[in-house]
Structures are given as C-alpha cells and as structure tokens.
Design a protein around this ligand. Sequence first.
Ligand SMILES: O=C(O)CCC(=O)C(=O)O
Ligand SMILES: [Fe+2]
Length: 263
Amino acid sequence: MQEFSRTYGLGETKESARHSSKPPHSTPHVDVGYWTFWHDRVFRKEEDPMYGSTELRKALRSADSLTSATALLHTLGYFMVAAWSLLVRLQPRAAKILLESTLSRAHIDPNCPFWVWSGVALLRNAEVDPHFDSNDARYGWIAETVAGDFSGGEMFLPQLGIVVPVRPGDVLLMRSGLLEHCVLPCTGERCAVVAFRHESTMVHASMGRTAEVLKQSKTWESPPDDSPAYHKLVTELRGQLSVDSWMKTRRAAAKLNAVVGTE
Ligand SMILES: O=C(O)CCC(=O)C(=O)O
Ligand SMILES: [Fe+2]
C-alpha cells in the first residue's frame, strides 16, 4: 500500500494557456496560488476490516442493510473529522471563514463542525470532465474522500499537470472554484464523497475586514511543505484519527461499561 505525504504548490502561476475553459468568476487573471490542493492518507488504512472497501461497496449497493449503512456513516464521520482537523491546521483562515460565515454558527461545535459544509455530495462511478465548481465558495475549499474497490478514477489537475491517485482513506482538500479538475475513467465501484460549501450560503456581510483582506490576497496561507513540522502534523493527525486509536478508546469504554454494569 502506498503511503502519501504530498504537497502541491504552484507559486505565482496564471491560469494555464493550454486550457480553454475559464474559471467561473469574473476576475480576468485567476492566480490559483499556493496550496490549492492538498492530499494525504490520514484517517484509515484500506485494509481495515471494519471500514474496508467491501462494506462500503455493499453499502453502495444496498440501502437496506443496517451494517452497511452504519459502515458508511462511520466512514463519513472519520472523513468529516479528518477533513476539518486538516483544514483548521493547514488553512486556519479558510476554516475560520467557513465557521464564521455559517448562519447557524451558534449551534456549531467548533471541534466537530459538520455544518460548516452546505452539503455532502455522493458520486458513484462518475467520470467527471474538467471543470471548475462555479457554485462553490470562491474563497472556500472542498473536502473529498473516496470509497470502493476500483482502479483508475484518479483526479487530474490540468493547471498543475498532475494526476493524483486518490484512494480510500485519503483526504483531499481543494479550492474547487479556482482549480480545474476532472476524474479519469475507472473500472469497479468508485464512490466519491465531497463536502462542499456553496458561495450562496456564505454570509460575507458578517465577516467585515477579514473577507476584504482575503479577497485581496493571492493566497490563503503560506504553503505547508516537506518540513519536519509538516510531517509531525500529519503523523499526529494519523495517530489521532487512526482506526486503531478509536478502537482502543472503544474497547476502554466497553471495559468501563462492563465494570459499571452498563451494556
Ligand atoms: O468524483 C470526484 O472525485 C470529484 C467530483 C467533482 O469534482 C465534483 O463533484 O465536483
Ligand atoms: Fe468538482
């Protein structure tokens, strides 16, 4: 199994002349900037039996199995927590804006803010042509993971000129409105889970100066790199989010319940 620890930075790159499709936004020169894309293996291993691809495949095929539905929901939970942890650590300003511009933020637990996303899309075997997601928040990010048993289906990023093999257990963060992307042909069952935030749901008015500063800035944050600090962060997150550590907590809780006599 391949372990990923990759960063992709662009510097001051203009939209590539090789591609005719334009970003949906009005700015004539879109600088996709640093760190428009982040991809790493974080929250589980492909072979973990409980959340493995077989369960997910089943979940996709049948809606009536409680086990399958539970497996899918567990995976979504891991993904959401992983995606949010990463965004907070890697792009704190973006995370802050997502949080602050959420209408019902009074109800959001900042440690587990599922609702900073305006929706979660589930795509099954979708071969997606090169596109910008014009409805997504221009200064926001999407978080994505994939599930299933498939080959192919890599993410291709024409502006960066790279093909990213996104596999189950990976988390991908992307500025989907500014970075052109497509999904290459795949065989087997590939399910993509995309947490997105639509521009129409951003409450820009409440963000005041922060929004202005972000609009003027070419980039969100300085790009994380291959520094020891970056690797330490990823290792830490892997530890926190690994199935092993969650199972340990669960076993400890079960033991405690046994002692106090609760089921
Ligand atoms: O299926 C994927 O991996 C990506 C889908 C996508 O780009 C989209 O939903 O906008
Ligand atoms: Fe997209």
